[in-house]
Write a protein that binds this ligand. Structure first.
Ligand code: 7TS
Length: 403
C-alpha cells in the first residue's frame, strides 16, 4: 500500500490554491507534476557540475558526462533494453517519432511503400508519416476500430502486403485511456518481417515496460509525462535498425570526422544526438526514473488503475454520462448529454479542478466518434479518491448550471 499523503508532500505544486481552492490536478496525460528531488536536481546540476558534455578533458565536463551517461543506463534498465547504445535522447515522443519516420524511410522506404498506423493515434504519430506521404510518396494504411473503440485486429492482419515497411501504433490511447494488445500487434507484424514502433507516451508512466519482452523495434516516450522535466525524451531502437538508419540531424557529436569531401558518422547512440544535448534534462530524467523505481511502477499502476475504476463508477452515477472506450490505464474521456466539454472544463476550473477538454491532438479519433471533443480526467500516483469525489461534485454542479 502506498502512502499517498507522503507522496503528495514531495510535490510542491500540489499545495497551490486555484481561485482560493485546493488544486485538483487531473491533467496528467498532458504532463505530470514534478517531485522536489527532480526540481532540485536541475538546480544542483547548474550549481555543481554545469559544463558541456563529451567534449572536455577538464573535471567538470567529465563529471557532467558521467552523470548523463549514468542516466542513459537508468533509462536502459527502466525499459529493459539490452544495451545503452540503443537509448537515444531526444526532445520527446514527437521528436522521437519524427526521427524514426525520417531516418527509417530514408533508408528503407521508397515511393509506394506503406506504413500502418491506427485510428486512435496522437497527431504526433500521424503527421510525421503524412509529411513522408507528401515528400516521398509513402502510403498510410489505418487500422480501424471495433464498436467499443478497440483496434480491429482482424482488419489489421489484412492491411499487410509486400509494400508494408513499418507499423507505428500507440501502446495506450491518450483519449480513451485503453491499452492496445501491443504484444500481439508486434507478433503479427514480425510474422511479415515488418518492424514496429510503439508510442509509449501514455504507457511508460503507468506500466512496467520491457522492450525486449515486447520485442518492440522502437519504443518512444516523453520525460515530462513521467515526473521528469519538459524537453527531454527517449527513442529506444534495436541496434540493428539504428545502425542501418541514416542520421537525422547533422552537427556536433554525431560525426567521427568531417571534411568537405566526406563526413563519417559517430557510433550509436551519438550518431543520433547532434548538438549539445539537454544534459541537465537527461540527468533530471534519470533522477525521475529512480524516484519512480523507489515507489515501484507496479504499485503506481495498481493505485492508478483503482482510481480509474473508481472514476468510471462515480462518473456513471451522473445522468446522461457517456464514457468513451474501455479505460484501463489512467485516463477517462467523457461527455454529459449534449453539453460541450469546454463548458464543463471552464466551470470546474473555477472550483480548482484541472481537466483537459477538446480533441486531445487525436482529431481522427474524435471525428470517428462523431463528437466535438471530450472532457478527460487523467491520473498520476499523487491523485486520490477524494479528488475524484471533488471532480464528480464539480461536474454535477456544472451540469446543473448548463442544463
Ligand atoms: N503520443 C501520445 C500517445 C501522446 O499522448 C502525446 C502527448 C504525444 C504522442 C506527444 O508527446 P510530446 O511530449 O512529444 O508532446 N499527449 C498529450 C495529451 O494527451 N495532452 O497533451 C499532450
Amino acid at each position: 500500500m502506498l502512502n499517498i499523503e507522503d507522496i503528495r508532500k514531495e510535490f510542491p505544486i500540489l499545495d497551490t490554491l486555484v481561485y482560493n481552492r485546493p488544486l485538483v490536478y487531473l491533467d496528467n496525460a498532458a504532463t505530470t507534476q514534478k517531485p522536489k528531488c527532480v526540481i532540485d536536481t536541475i538546480s544542483e546540476v547548474y550549481s555543481t557540475m554545469n559544463s558541456n558534455v563529451h567534449r572536455g578533458v577538464h573535471h567538470l565536463s567529465q563529471v557532467a558526462t558521467c552523470a548523463m551517461e549514468k542516466s542513459r543506463e537508468t533509462v536502459r534498465d527502466f525499459i529493459g533494453a539490452k544495451e545503452c547504445c540503443e537509448i537515444i535522447f531526444t526532445r520527446g515522443t514527437t521528436e522521437s517519432i519524427n526521427l524514426v519516420a525520417s531516418s527509417f524511410a530514408e533508408t528503407f522506404m521508397k515511393e509506394g511503400d506503406e506504413v500502418i498506423i491506427s485510428t486512435m493515434e496522437h497527431h504526433s504519430n500521424i503527421v510525421p508519416w503524412q509529411l513522408l506521404q507528401e515528400r516521398r510518396g509513402i502510403k498510410i494504411r489505418v487500422i480501424p476500430l471495433t464498436g467499443n473503440c478497440r483496434l480491429d485486429i482482424e482488419a489489421y492482419r489484412n492491411l499487410f502486403n509486400e509494400k508494408t515497411k513499418i507499423v507505428s501504433v500507440a501502446h495506450v490511447s491518450n483519449v480513451l485511456g485503453s491499452t492496445n494488445p501491443i504484444k500481439e500487434i508486434i507478433e503479427i507484424a514480425h510474422n511479415h518481417n515488418v518492424p514496429v514502433l510503439v508510442d509509449g507516451a501514455q504507457s511508460i508512466p503507468h506500466k512496467k515496460i520491457n522492450v525486449q519482452e515486447l520485442d518492440a523495434d522502437f519504443f518512444v516516450f516523453s520525460g515530462h509525462k513521467i515526473y521528469a522535466p519538459t524537453g527531454i525524451g527517449v527513442l529506444y531502437g534495436k541496434k540493428k535498425w539504428l545502425e542501418a538508419m541514416q542520421p537525422y540531424h547533422g552537427g556536433g557529436e554525431m560525426i567521427k570526422s568531417v571534411s568537405f569531401s566526406k563526413t563519417t558518422f559517430n557510433e550509436l547512440p551519438y550518431k543520433f544526438e547532434a548538438g549539445t544535448p539537454d544534459y541537465v534534462g537527461i540527468i533530471a530524467l534519470g533522477r525521475a526514473l529512480e524516484w519512480v523505481n523507489s515507489i515501484g511502477i507496479e504499485n503506481i499502476a495498481s493505485h492508478e488503475q483503482e482510481l480509474t475504476r473508481y472514476a468510471v463508477e462515480q462518473l456513471n452515477t451522473i445522468p446522461g454520462m457517456r464514457i468513451f472506450g474501455e479505460p484501463d490505464s489512467a485516463a477517462v474521456s467523457f461527455l454529459v448529454g449534449d453539453i460541450h466539454p469546454a463548458d464543463i472544463g471552464t466551470i470546474i476550473d473555477r472550483l480548482g479542478i484541472a481537466i483537459r477538454t477538446g480533441h486531445h491532438c487525436a482529431q481522427p479519433l474524435i471525428d470517428h466518434l462523431g463528437i466535438p471533443g471530450t472532457a478527460r480526467a487523467s491520473f498520476a500516483v499523487y491523485n486520490t479518491k477524494e479528488e475524484i469525489d471533488t471532480l464528480i461534485q464539480g461536474i454535477a454542479r456544472a451540469v446543473k448550471m448548463l442544463s
